[in-house]
Design a binder for this molecule. Structure first.
Ligand SMILES: Nc1ncnc2c1ncn2[C@@H]1O[C@H](COP(=O)(O)OP(=O)(O)OP(=O)(O)O)[C@@H](O)[C@H]1O
Ligand SMILES: [Mg+2]
Length: 336
């Protein structure tokens, strides 16, 4: 597989800057996730890597070789689309074998057969190889779509929200499997999604896209613990980070900050805490309880693993783990 380097990529559609000065380096064997909301430029990035779209300016390198003028078929990328795109009248076997039968490739029958079985086994669809594509459940169809991409040995796999059409349970299963397959194959993957769970569970590194701008790149832990803006802080974490006015914080350690960010797990119900608040709602989430609270000066959400014996309407005291407070300036940028 290959490393992929995007250098100063710009792409506009009329008055819309889909990508502005995008610089991105995906290492050989890396699972890189681009995370961003609708319209952020995720699909545009994939299309530019694959060669389906030309950038207005900037360079694309595969293994440090410039590929700007290389046609899509010769860039040897493997694309998984948002909606599955199977040949309905072909069997699962033929859908999987199809990319290998391309005249560009000239694989022999035995090689194709071995590879189809190997991938079908990885994706647990071996027993469906003789089914027509139309005789599959949605989850199985999406497995075959992934399989069709995975049978090939491309420079990079490009995946456009491939799990978004599946129900929560299947998504969870395929997330785990896809990560395992990527590790086993030592595959280079550029995966785009707006789903933070997909990003944090599968990515070696995450790039956060906002309106065509790459605002931060880092490991899931770096992005979660050290976000460089309120925008990024809001992208990871469920329940969301509390963003409060710095004035609401007692004895703030940073008097020039405008806002603070506090993760729900860094606020605790504490008899010695310095904030008096009233509980608005409580919500049991399995091992944890989510408590929303309010007072004249501060409101937010806390997450606790302890059994709580208080409920809606009760007055409690809370404490904030001050070492974990993130400070932001009036442009919502992180202060350090
Ligand atoms: N062919 C096109 N013509 C005009 N505008 C386009 C075209 N393709 C994309 N855009 C615009 O460029 C911006 C980025 O689009 P893109 O498809 O990359 O977003 P995305 O992050 O993939 O969003 P989604 O999560 O909805 O798939 C959007 O504002 C979109 O409307
Ligand atoms: Mg898209």
């Amino acid at each position: 597989m290959a490393s992929v380097h995007l250098e100063n990529i710009n792409k506009s559609f009329g008055s819309i800057n889909a990508l502005s000065n995008l610089n991105l380096e995906i290492k050989d064997g890396e699972f890189f996730v681009l995370l961003g909301p609708t319209g952020a430029g995720k699909t545009t990035t994939l299309r530019i890597v694959s060669g389906l779209e030309m950038p207005d300016s900037g360079n694309i390198f595969f293994n440090e070789e410039l590929v700007n003028n290389v046609q899509p078929a010769f860039r040897n990328t493997s694309y998984v689309f948002q909606q599955y795109s199977l040949y309905p009248h072909y069997s699962v076997y033929d859908n999987l074998a199809f990319p290998l039968r391309s005249p560009l490739r000239k694989s022999d029958k035995k090689t194709i057969d071995d590879r189809v079985h190997e991938i079908a086994k990885l994706l647990k669809i071996e027993n469906k190889l003789n089914n027509k594509a139309t005789q599959l459940s949605g989850g199985e169809m999406q497995r075959v779509s992934l399989g069709r991409a995975l049978v090939r040995d491309p420079n990079i796999y490009l995946m456009d929200e491939p799990l978004s059409s599946l129900d929560a349970k299947l998504r969870e299963e395929l997330r785990v499997e896809l990560k395992k397959i990527q590790t086993d194959l030592y595959a280079t993957i550029l995966y785009v999604t707006h789903d933070q769970i997909e990003a944090t569970t599968m990515a070696d590194r995450i790039g956060v896209l906002k309106e065509g701008l790459l605002t931060q790149v880092g490991t899931p832990q770096e992005i979660y613990e050290e976000p460089n803006s309120i925008y990024v802080a809001n992208r990871l974490g469920s329940p969301k980070i509390n963003i409060l006015d710095n004035k609401q914080i007692h004895n703030s350690q940073n008097s020039s900050a405008s806002y603070v960010g506090i993760r729900p797990e860094d606020i605790k119900i504490d008899q010695n805490g310095s904030y008096n608040v009233k509980i608005e709602t409580t919500e049991l989430l399995g091992a944890e309880t989510l408590v929303s609270f309010k007072s004249d000066t501060v409101n937010g959400i806390l997450l606790t693993q302890e059994n709580i014996n208080v409920g809606e309407g009760d007055n409690i005291k809370i404490g904030i783990n001050e070492t974990k407070i993130l400070y932001f300036d009036n442009n919502e940028q992180r202060m350090r």
